[in-house]
Design a protein around this ligand. Structure first.
Ligand code: 2M8
Length: 440
């Protein structure tokens, strides 16, 4: 962008959030994603926390209006039905589930549980902590129901680790992590309901998932509808059941943050603290790849580890999961030309290992830099004291939007912005970093 100074950039980022805001919540982007998304709202609240406490709280409380009676927090809440998006509110038919919320309408799947972390962040940066304490009291039971749902219905009762059953649940939609698992799903067109994509009318097709991948996404949704969104049936019948590193790392951290919220408001913190420890142990035992020094996903159906290295494989750092020795080994891999070496001139960090033949600098979750992944990684690296690398990642969070605009994702080779312009979490996390730097 044309030489804006820091205060102009701050105004620009705030005005993007304002522009994308509807009644009580913020759309990820005005045209491409015209409803409320679950983990987007957590990131957005993290940004608002520094300059508008009220909006930060409203963002999360609005999202929880879509929470099902069994505690499930859907990945999209359709507060109103207007907006061109596929799959929109009518496609999901979530009224098939007896405990689904009808008003507002919602999707029938979930996204990474960053909400307790966002709620605690709002408290930590509050100018009026007393008011925010009340917010914590209000949101606490909703968060505990959400975590309880995950624990009971998404595999937590085994060793603490959860599974996801749709690539959209990881937030990393067409990441190469899913390629082998999705290749086992080969629906004929006539098995699927007729549908029309909207995303590739708004964004260049080579920056979005391909049509075959969308058929597979739709196939899975049809399977969920046939199961009436009953998690036990889905667990039995779904061909896509994955223990995802990103999802479980954020869940581990969220449990720790929920424990902290419990302490602040005088509730029992123990159950959440214990759960965090259980997940930490299970992640270390089951998802650590000692040969490559990175955490990898596990395909429960194929019963095998997924040997694909993505930036989110470093995110256990965010939850303090690896020991310092393991973290040092991970760092040695992160600090290579496959991601971004400190001694090179490169933007940190691509979402996928650049040395892999399937790496693409443009195609959505198959290589571009995402500001939310960078933000999580930056927080994690900070915990372990990798300060030079923290500066490199923070530089991307601030510099990429400052130079190229507040895009959804960025080409790690050329830097330029991709996907939707004026993207909310890019603006929100840019603001968080700027305010943090000002504080330190
Ligand atoms: C993308 O996912 C949606 C489906 O949920 C889509 O492509 O239509 C992902 O980047 C996801 O992580 C994000 O939450 C969502 C809204 O920004 O868009």
């Amino acid at each position: 962008m044309k030489n804006l100074n820091q205060s102009q950039l701050i105004k620009r980022a705030q005005s993007i959030l304002e522009q994308n805001r509807a009644a009580g919540y913020t759309k990820p982007s005005a045209r491409l994603y015209p409803f409320q998304w679950s983990w987007d709202s957590a990131f957005i609240a993290i940004g608002y926390a520094h300059f508008d406490e009220q909006k930060a709280q409203e963002e999360l409380l609005s999202l929880f209006k879509g929470q099902w009676r069994n505690g499930m927090l859907p990945h999209i809440v359709f507060h109103q039905k207007k907006g061109k998006y596929f799959p929109g509110p009518d496609f999901w038919q979530t009224d098939l589930h007896p405990e689904a919320t009808r008003k507002p309408a919602t999707s029938g799947i979930i996204q990474p549980p960053l909400h307790a972390t966002a709620a605690l962040h709002i408290y930590r940066f509050a100018r009026e902590p007393a008011k925010v304490r009340h917010f914590l009291q209000v949101i606490f039971p909703r968060l505990t129901q959400w975590h309880e749902y995950l624990h009971r219905f998404r595999g937590g009762e085994t060793d603490g680790l959860l599974y996801i059953c749709h690539p959209w649940e990881s937030g990393q939609d067409n990441s190469p992590i899913w390629d082998d698992s999705l290749r086992q799903i080969n629906p004929n067109k006539n098995e699927l309901p007729p549908y029309k994509r909207v995303d590739n009318q708004l964004i260049a097709s080579d920056e979005r998932p391909d049509d075959r991948t969308y058929d597979r996404y739709v196939y899975l949704i049809e399977l969920f509808k046939a199961a009436k969104y009953d998690d036990r049936v889905i667990r039995r019948e779904c061909p896509f059941i994955i223990r995802d590193v990103l999802f479980n790392s954020l869940y581990c951290r969220a449990n720790e943050d929920l424990a902290e919220i419990a302490r602040i408001i005088g509730e029992d913190a123990r159950p959440y603290q214990e759960r965090a420890e259980q997940i930490r142990k299970a992640l270390n035992e089951h998802l650590w790849d000692a040969n490559h020094a990175i955490y990898v996903n596990y395909d429960v159906v194929a019963k095998s580890a997924i040997d694909i290295h993505v930036a989110s494989g470093f995110l256990p750092l965010f939850a303090g999961i690896p020991s310092q020795t393991r973290a040092a080994e991970m760092f040695d891999y992160l600090n290579t030309s496959c991601f971004c070496r400190l001694s090179d001139e490169c933007y940190a960090v691509p979402s996928f290992d650049k040395c892999h033949p399937d790496f693409s600098p443009k195609e959505y979750w198959r290589g571009p830099i995402w500001i939310n992944i960078n933000w999580l990684l930056c927080e994690g690296l900070m915990k372990y004291g990798f300060d030079d690398y923290v500066r490199r990642v923070a530089h991307s969070i601030i510099d990429l939007p400052a130079h190229y605009g507040f895009y959804e994702y960025f080409d790690p080779q050329k830097g330029c912005g991709l996907g939707s312009a004026d993207f909310s979490w890019t603006a929100a996390l840019f603001l968080d970093k700027i305010y943090h730097q000002a504080d330190s």
